[in-house]
Write a protein that binds this ligand. Structure first.
Ligand code: DQA
Length: 139
């Protein structure tokens, strides 16, 4: 099984970025733990701060992979283009967020991704990604 994780803007700074909200672990370290935990899965990780690059990767992975885990970060709340790409591809997408966006500012309560997503996992810290992987395994 092939699963891709796509992270959006500022998630390259995990570990140092607002650690009270996002924790103190870098995504690279967490990704290594996921690879160790799910040896039977071919995991791929892509991060970009650029909207179009995220859309390009959704289109690239979206006809090839068994699942995509997408944290579009701030673009979640602004990008019709990313939302359209999620709907345009064949691979099911699970939307994840590290923080509980619903307990934060009102502008984080809406998502252009959710409508086309298979499901949404919000607010479990980095564990949100592991729960998303498990959702692909246990269906
Ligand atoms: C986030 C929540 C977004 O509102 C925010 O812009 C992010 C991260 C999360 O994972 O909690 O960058 O997607």
């Amino acid at each position: 099984m092939k699963i891709a994780i796509i992270n959006g803007p500022n998630l390259n700074l995990l570990g140092t970025r607002e650690p009270d909200i996002y924790g103190e672990e870098s995504f690279q370290d967490y990704f290594s733990e996921l690879q160790f935990k799910f040896t039977e899965i071919e995991l791929t990780y892509f991060q970009s701060n650029i909207e179009g690059e995220i859309i390009n990767k959704l289109q690239e992975f979206g006809f090839e992979y068994d699942g995509i885990i997408l944290n579009a970060a701030a673009y979640t709340h602004t990008s019709i283009g990313i939302g359209d790409a999620v709907k345009a591809i064949e691979t099911p997408v699970v939307e994840v967020h590290i923080s509980n966006t619903f307990s934060r500012e009102a502008y984080r309560h809406s998502s252009y991704v959710s409508n086309g997503a298979k499901g949404v996992i919000v607010g479990f810290g980095l564990q949100s990604y592991q729960l998303a992987i498990q959702s692909f395994l246990e269906v």
